[in-house]
Design a protein around this ligand. Structure first.
Ligand code: ADP
Ligand code: MG
Length: 302
């Protein structure tokens, strides 16, 4: 019987997504274990390529590994993921793909290189030249931490004065912090699109709408979702950005802009509770079917 491991931190082992994935793996007759990547020991030598140590116990290698650590992927967890790859285990998403999106500036560099529409973005250089930001991005401007999720590291500086205040606050907490400044896409205020892409196909699309008057539309901030019809541009932007970033499974955020869309960010470990709830799609089943395909497990012999 084929078996795989979902790498997941203890606090997410009972999350909606983990439980749904375990259920769907079960429905499709694939055995999965939930493993905390921080309990895996990395021993590197040239002999042993068949087993791995978990909590000091040697276990046979799984047929696939499914990391679900997203922007919480620490150096250690990434090393664990790479270790599996070096031992020939199929990893979904790959360590390279996770790396491509962990840093929002880096993912924007890749998207821009692939000619995909993103908001104008710059990395702040210290000391900060506010005039330069004003000239090239303008105000209002979006200020974002390089790595973050749930809308927590995303701020709106409506004026140059607010921008200065925000930066002096950030500087107090951490001198030489890394922050990106981005063109504010005004049409999208309080709403955006979340598109789930599996194996270069759109498997779910919803519009998210903030419930308060915040500019951020994240469901985790209390936003609501509505099924949204996929058109050619949505499909093209989401699939091409997933391909450019080498992601097998991704959550693409699109901003509404002037009758079209711009890519806001791409996630390697998308939540799908909201998507399943608001669109009634079975996202977990799409993910599991794809993993079966990728790992080469066929329905009969497992
Ligand atoms: P997170 O990783 O925390 O979800 P995002 O970059 O996706 O961060 O931003 C969170 C939300 O903020 C988006 O879903 C969108 O509603 C809003 N937002 C982000 N960037 C912009 C922008 N350039 N212009 C307007 N709204 C934005
Ligand atoms: Mg987002």
């Amino acid at each position: 019987m084929s078996s795989g491991w979902i790498l997941c931190k203890p606090k997410f082992m009972e999350s909606y997504e983990t439980e749904r994935l375990v259920e769907e793996f079960g429905n499709q007759k694939i055995e999965v274990k939930l493993i905390d990547p921080n309990e895996i020991d990395i021993f590197v030598n040239k002999e042993n390529k068949q087993s791995i140590l978990v909590n000091g116990k040697s276990l046979p290698l799984p047929s696939f590994v499914f990391p679900r650590t997203g922007s919480g992927t620490t150096y250690y967890i990434k090393a664990v993921i790479r270790h599996f790859e070096r031992m020939g285990v199929t990893v979904i998403n790959s360590s390279d793909a996770i790396d491509n999106v962990k840093d929002k500036l880096y993912s924007h560099q890749i998207l821009a290189e692939s000619n995909l529409d993103i908001p104008k973005t710059m990395l702040l250089k210290h000391p900060i030249d506010v005039e330069f930001v004003e000239k090239n991005i303008g105000f209002p401007a979006i200020v974002k931490t390089i790595s973050g999720s749930y809308g927590r590291g995303v701020f709106l500086a409506e004026t140059k004065k607010q921008f200065n205040q925000l930066l002096s606050m950030a500087e107090l907490t951490k001198p030489n912090y890394n922050i990106i400044v981005q063109e504010f896409i005004k049409d999208t205020w309080g709403k955006d699109l979340r598109v789930l892409v599996v194996n270069n196909k759109v498997v779910g699309c919803m519009m998210r709408q903030a419930k308060d008057d915040d500019f951020r539309a994240n469901i985790t901030r209390g936003g609501e979702g509505f099924p949204y019809e996929v058109n050619e541009q949505i499909e093209w932007l989401s699939v091409e950005s997933s391909k450019a970033l080498n992601l097998d499974i991704s959550g693409v955020d699109l901003l509404f802009d002037n009758g079209g869309y711009k890519i806001c960010e791409v996630n390697s470990n998308p939540g799908f509770e909201g998507m399943e709830m608001f669109t009634k799609k079975n996202i977990a089943s799409e993910i599991v079917s794809f993993i079966k395909l990728k790992v080469g497990i066929n329905g009969q012999d497992n």
